[in-house]
Design a protein around this ligand. Structure first.
Ligand code: FAD
Length: 660
């Protein structure tokens, strides 16, 4: 390796020109002294003498965490910590454990939100090995951390460039930003809650100067308040100067072990403003109304109930599964892109988030997750072109799928769920109630919040937040036209399984998907017809499905597959094929107030992957928390994007507009 590489300040690449989402390898190896060392930076990951003692002294005590957690903020919110150089995760594990042990003494804070920034994530092997070393070395000290370390390691896979919400455990959230911190912090939303504390734990300033530059410290200051503290193990003069210039008044204090000094920046008391939209004062129960009992609605209700909200779901249908979420088997699949774009990152983050979420629900015994894997045949299409396995491997690397020579892709994390059972399980939470058969529901903004009324039952419910999670319920908003919402009909056909089809243990997908056997039948999904369900011919669709699967799997026609049943449902897509996720500030026409509406809709053909992710984004937004998204990604999902684009176009071409 060119030695100069280690000491050159690299310019962060422009994200739009990224060739790949695969982060670079830290080249981590154990040396002869059993220290984990990054060959890329020529530095070790942690102190060999007493890593736990050093981490506690420098970062936890240096930021006075325990003391500050006991001092309640003015308004309740999360305590935000940002760490530059997540490395082995030791600082996070210690902070998580301290929080869990002292949580009942920190009643002023809603939770702990930890954002780790890491451009070169370790792979699971060396991470686990160093944890084992520490266990041998420190005995009971690391033993107490083991339960936390195991849970972190369980989530430590497929860490491609992007934001990954790895842990969401009651009141503790870990977002891992896999990227150069200079880029990731520039992409953090300006209005995201500021950090309360920073841990500066990159490799030494001499080895990795990029993490200690004035520009980066200015970014830290942008995401801080006057009460934010900073701690770092180094006392290098230029780090001290750069921090001071960025507005952090630094102090040299006693370091750990052989290090005489370290730096801390202590500020005043915490005056963090808490949630940006505190919809009610502390202690009061908050209420939300959700329109639509499909996957979008049930997942958002579940995410809000998990944050202490009371939720009512309203749906004109007779029960769960009236829409696309009524197909008996939905596959968890990754929408693939040929370029390493922000859109590709969104679908990747959603897919991984949902996989972790489904596994957690399954481990809690709430749902059945069928992790059968997915095999995608080379006949599968992307934007009407065959998938190019080589190109996809350049974009995604090899962690998410294995590409065979003939172009077949196998997705180890793929699988399926029964969405009706999933919705039922989510809504069994005592804080969620469902109102079905609610004909013609209408919603109206009032001074205090939202009111939904229906004619038939004379139902009238009011709430602090309204979430529209049904493409059909969007018809009251101008977004329907702006987004050019398109409904397509899909028909899935249940067939009797045969010797030739039931041998497939994976979901096999190409021009159609064939699911593994369930209750002696197999499902073929699905047609894609550019018409509403009422206008589609279900019997013809069954024949198309049978013929397509016979061709795809080269089945003999003896005995022929027999259609037993079909499921005819609609999907909704926007004109840019991205879902609508976020707040929509258009006030209702007769509104006396200006409460935003939140939308989770237009999930197209990948709703199983995107609905749980959208739910997390919306619940976090409503509660004033940080979203696991970059600002660029948020704008791609923002329901206001179409109106914004139209306005921009009108400004750029005023004459065209006058003519029309
Ligand atoms: C045939 C087919 C196969 C598919 N296969 C897959 C797959 O394998 N994997 C995958 O990820 N995705 C798949 N999809 C897409 C997936 O089904 C959708 O993305 C997902 O179900 C969307 O969920 P939703 O909650 O947004 O909408 P829906 O499930 O359609 O739910 C909308 C709900 O809104 C209700 N509603 C209607 N009007 C109103 C109103 N005025 N007020 C309140 N509520 C109202 C409806 O009754 C319905 O319950 C498939 C879709 C189809 C059609």
């Amino acid at each position: 390796m060119n030695p100069w590489h280690l000491f050159t300040v690299m310019t962060p690449p422009d994200t739009h020109k990224r060739q790949s989402l695969k982060p670079e390898d830290p080249l981590a190896e154990f040396d002869s002294g059993q220290e984990l060392r990054s060959e890329r930076f020529g530095d070790i990951y942690a102190s060999t003498l007493d890593p736990i003692g050093e981490s506690e002294h420098v970062f936890l005590n240096g930021n006075q965490l325990q003391k500050r957690w006991r001092e309640a903020p003015e308004t309740p919110g999360h305590f935000y910590i940002g760490e530059l150089g997540f490395g082995t995760g030791l600082n996070f594990l210690l902070t998580w454990k301290l929080w869990a042990e002292t949580e009942d003494k920190n009643p002023g804070w809603r939770g702990l939100h930890y954002a780790g920034f890491e451009a070169f994530p370790l792979s699971a092997g060396p991470m686990e090995a160093i944890h084992k070393n520490w266990l041998r070395q420190t005995g009971p000290d690391f033993e107490a951390l083991q339960p936390y370390a195991k849970r972190l390691l369980n989530q430590w896979q497929c860490l491609l460039i992007g934001v990954h919400r790895l842990i969401h455990d009651k009141s503790v959230i870990l977002d891992l930003h896999v990227d150069d911190a200079n880029i990731a912090l520039r992409q953090r939303a300006k209005h995201a809650p500021p950090m309360n504390a920073w841990f500066l734990d990159g490799f030494s300033p001499r080895r990795n100067p990029q993490l200690w530059q004035p520009e980066l410290f200015s970014l830290l200051a942008e995401h801080s308040t006057p009460a934010t503290t900073v701690a770092t193990y180094t006392s290098a003069g230029h780090v001290r100067r750069n921090l001071s210039e960025a507005g952090f008044p630094v102090e040299k204090v006693r370091g750990w072990g052989q290090k005489r000094h370290m730096l801390v920046s202590k500020k005043k008391t915490d005056n963090q403003s808490g949630p940006q939209h505190p919809l009610k004062g502390p202690g009061e129960r908050r209420k939300a109304l959700v329109m639509g009992a499909g996957l979008a609605g049930c997942t958002v209700a579940h995410a809000l109930a998990g944050r202490g909200w009371q939720v009512t779901i309203i749906d004109p249908a007779a029960g769960f599964g009236a829409g696309g979420s009524g197909i008996p088997q939905l596959a968890l699949r990754l929408r693939l892109f040929n370029t390493a774009s922000a859109a590709a990152q969104i679908y990747l983050q959603a897919y991984l988030f949902t996989h972790r979420w489904l596994i957690r629900l399954a481990l809690e015994g709430k749902i059945d997750w069928h992790g059968t894997q997915i095999t995608q045949s080379p006949t599968a299409m992307n934007k009407r072109k065959p998938l190019n396995a080589e190109r996809l491997t350049r974009v995604y690397g090899t962690a998410l799928f294995h590409a065979a020579k003939d172009g077949t892709l196998r997705f180890p994390l793929g699988g399926w769920v029964d969405p009706i059972k999933l919705c039922q399980a989510l809504c069994s939470d005592p804080d969620i109630s469902t109102r079905f058969n609610t004909a013609e529901p209408t919603f109206k903004a009032e001074q205090q919040g939202w009111r939904v009324q229906t004619n038939k039952e004379h139902l009238s419910e009011s709430a602090d937040a309204l979430i529209i999670a049904s493409p059909q319920a969007l018809d009251k908003l101008s977004i329907l036209n702006a987004a050019k919402l398109e409904f397509t009909t899909g028909i899935s056909t249940a067939v009797s399984s045969s010797n030739e089809t039931d041998k497939h243990r994976h979901i096999v997908t190409g021009s159609r998907s064939l699911f593994p056997v369930r209750e002696n039948t197999q499902l073929i999904s699905a047609t894609y017809q550019r018409c509403r369900a009422a206008a589609s011919d279900a019997r013809a669709a069954d024949q198309e499905n049978l013929a397509a699967i016979a061709q795809m799997l080269q089945l003999s026609s003896n005995p022929p597959l027999r259609a037993l049943n079909h499921y005819q449902r609609e999907r909704a897509n926007t004109s840019d094929r991205m879902p609508l996720i976020g707040r929509y500030p258009e006030p209702a026409p007769d509104s006396a107030s200006n409460h935003p509406i939140f939308i989770s809709s237009a999930h197209g053909s990948t709703g199983l992957a995107t609905c749980p992710f959208a739910a997390e984004l919306i619940a976090a937004d409503i509660c004033g928390e940080t979203l696991p998204l970059t600002e660029e990604q948020r704008l791609l999902l923002d329901p206001n994007r179409f109106e914004r684009r139209a306005q921009k176009k009108a400004r750029a071409h005023p004459s065209e507009n006058r003519k029309s």
